[in-house]
Structure formats: C-alpha cells, structure tokens
Design a protein around this ligand. Structure first.
Ligand SMILES: *Cc1c(COP(=O)(O)O)cnc(C)c1O
Length: 385
C-alpha cells in the first residue's frame, strides 16, 4: 500500500530508549521508563495518577473493576465504538446497554443516555470517537443527577480537549490505548488515569496480580497480570516527548482533507464544534448512501490507498444482540454502514492528502447517486468544520 490507513511515527528517541532497555537488560515490567511514561501521561492529561497497562482493553477492565462493577449491573456505552468498550463491561459479568450517537458528532447522545438509565445502571462509558471529545457537560449532569460514575474511553483521543481541559480528566477514571495505530503508541499498551488515590491504589493492585506493594507475594485479592513492559514504556516516553508535534501534524492533515473535499457532493465530516477540540485520530467521512461505500473503498485500495469502514454498531454483534439498546440505535446503525476512515498519519504532507482526496472524489463520482428520498432527513446536512 502506498498509503496505509495509519502508521506510527517512531523517528524520535524511540530506538535509543529501547536500546537502553536491551543493553541494561531491564526488559520486563520493572525499569525507569514505566514511571517516566506514567508521569508524562499524568502531567499531560492533568490527573494525579496514571497506571500503565499492557493494552487499552486491560486498562478499561481494571478501571471498571476498581469502581466495583459486578454481575447484574448495567453500564451505558455508545454502540458506535470499538468492541473493546463493551467487552470490558462483559468481562466484569455486567451488561453493556447501548446508547445511540449524535448524527453530526458521531459521539454518545446525552438524550439517548438518559432514556436508558435504569435502577441497575452503575455508570456511563463515553467514547471520544476518532479523537473528538463527547459532549461531556450533559453526560456529567446526567451522571451526577442519578449517582452514576463516568469512565471515559479516551483510547482514541489523547490530546483532545473539551472546554480547554484535556479528555481523561472528566470521569472518575479514564483510559487510553497505545496500540500501533493510536495517537501515541507503545506497540501494545494502555493507561488508566484518575485523581482518586484509593482508586489508583486499587488499580495498581489489580494490574499487578493483586500483590500487596508492602508485602511481597501477599495477594489480598484476585488480580491480573496487566503490566506494561519497560520496553513498551521506553517507546511511549519517546513518543510523549513529541506529543505536541504529533498532534499539530494530525490537525494539519485533518484540515487539508476538509479543504480538499469541501465541495465533494454528499460527503460529510465529523462536526467539530466548541467547546470540543479534536485530537484527529482518524479522519472519517460519511457518504450519502451505504450502497457505494464498499465500492469506494475497493477503488481506493486498487490505487494503493488503504481505508477502513466505520466500526459496526456493537449491538449488531451476535453476543450483544440480546442487550438493551435505545430503540435499536437508528443513527449509529445508519452512520456505521456509510462511513469510511481515510489515511490519517502525522507524516502525511499536503500533496499526499491532495492525491488521496482526488482518488476519493473519482471513486465517489463513479457511484450511482442515491434517490434523495432514500436518504433520511437530517443525516446528510453538510457540517461546518
Ligand atoms: C483502541 C481502542 C481500545 C483499546 O484497544 P487495545 O487494542 O486493547 O489497546 C478501546 N476502546 C477504543 C474506542 C479503542 O479505539
């Protein structure tokens, strides 16, 4: 592929720091980079504590366990997300309940959340999809009013802000992912952040096989081995040194796409409006109709341009088909089958984006235009970017 849909930028001190791990033989989950990486993320997000994990799904799992999630409980999640969000709830024996999304931001719809709150609801798990912060104020209001906790799944949104505050600092707990295609990568990796010292202590216990930090090989509870290696943290430390540049580059790429495709008929971008500022993890576009979507992706692939479809609505998967949802989540169900993510990486130059955008335009133009009445009202209004 000439243009992969995502690829990490490892051009800083990554190699030097990894070499330091190997030559000093600190390759496991002890070593200087773990704490260094945790401190850098905590500082950046503005939380008191950060606990590194082996991946973002493990981070979500221990976040929910630390909050006491149990079998029989319900957690409200958006259905338009990566499956890990719902799986983490299931790992705890609890049930995800699926909320719909806003057709313009593609993020959790606060009204849909309110409709789903039941006596079994324990918390809300908003996802900042493709790097765009959710509308946090009404979500936090609903949580406060009903005595629920909020865990932010900020896997895709390191560096995004809402009302000038970084995402990850709004919920009781928030989690990040450092998979190879995320904004900052460690290969595989994750992080839980919180301001609560008791939660932080529990999270460290759960991550480290439940071993009492003051009494070696004493295990007061069933924990997990969800630790991050020093090698992964070394990569993450080098990435965090360049976080401002990585984010600025993504923002440029996202604005070039918007300029290049501004007048492309029937193509709509994710609406970014104050007080939300996106970290632009993935540039997504929604076509007028689901009919031409896969054909557009195939045309682009033939030209060496890798794209990916939006996530399937999680409640469409067989294991979640029986879960409660907000009236089948019509907005998410519609967006999911019309959406495409375009190559988004910090190293893309204007000429690359122009070339991808041209190929995209050609591919879209080849598709039959849908009959206007087939497009439901309110879903294809061009969004101000
Ligand atoms: C990437 C991601 C995760 C966690 O993924 P891992 O691969 O386990 O690091 C969780 N939620 C969302 C929304 C994600 O995009």
């Amino acid at each position: 592929m000439r243009y992969p849909v995502a690829a990490p930028d490892l051009s800083g001190n990554e190699l030097e720091y990894v070499t330091e791990c190997l030559s000093s033989s600190w390759i496991s989950s002890n070593g200087r980079f773990i704490e260094e990486f945790e401190n850098r993320v905590a500082d950046f997000v503005g939380t008191r504590f950060a606990i590194a994990t082996c991946n973002g799904t493990a981070a979500l799992h221990i976040a929910l366990l630390a909050l006491g999630l149990k079998p029989g409980d319900e957690v409200i999640v958006p259905t338009l997300t990566y499956v890990a969000t719902a799986n983490a709830v299931t790992y705890c024996g609890a049930r995800p309940v699926f909320a719909d999304v806003d057709p313009r931001t593609w993020n959790l719809d606060p009204d849909s959340v309110r409709r789903l709150i039941s006596p079994k609801t324990r918390g809300i798990l908003p996802v900042h999809l493709y790097g765009l912060p959710c509308d946090m104020e009404p979500i936090l209001d609903a949580a406060r009013q009903h005595g629920l906790w909020v865990v932010e799944d900020a896997a895709e949104a390191l560096g995004a802000t809402y009302a000038d505050r970084p995402v990850g600092s709004f919920g009781e707990v928030a989690t990040f992912s450092f998979f190879g295609n995320k904004i900052v990568t460690t290969g595989e990796g994750g992080m839980v952040v919180t301001n609560d010292p008791e939660l932080a202590e529990r999270l460290r216990l759960l991550r480290g096989q439940g071993m009492d930090p003051k009494r070696r090989y004493w295990h007061p509870l069933v924990g997990y081995n969800y630790r991050m290696t020093n090698i992964a943290a070394a990569i993450g430390t080098a990435q965090m040194e360049r976080i401002a540049d990585l984010l600025a580059a993504r923002k440029r790429v996202a604005s070039w796409y918007r300029e290049e495709l501004a007048d492309c008929p029937g193509v709509v971008f994710q609406t970014v409006q104050p007080p939300a500022r996106s970290a632009f993890w993935m540039v997504g576009v929604v076509l007028e109709s689901p009919l031409g979507r896969d054909a557009v992706m195939a045309e682009l692939a033939a030209e060496g341009i890798e794209t990916r479809p939006f996530f399937y609505p999680v409640h469409h998967f067989p294991m979640y088909g029986g879960c409660r949802s907000d009236q089948g989540c019509p907005m998410a169900s519609d967006l999911a089958y019309r959406g495409i993510c375009l190559p988004t990486a910090s190293y893309l130059q204007r000429k690359d984006v122009a070339c991808i955008a041209q190929a995209f335009r050609r591919a879209v133009a080849k598709q039959p235009r849908p009959h206007r009445s087939a497009v439901r009202k309110g879903e294809v209004t061009p969004c101000p970017s």
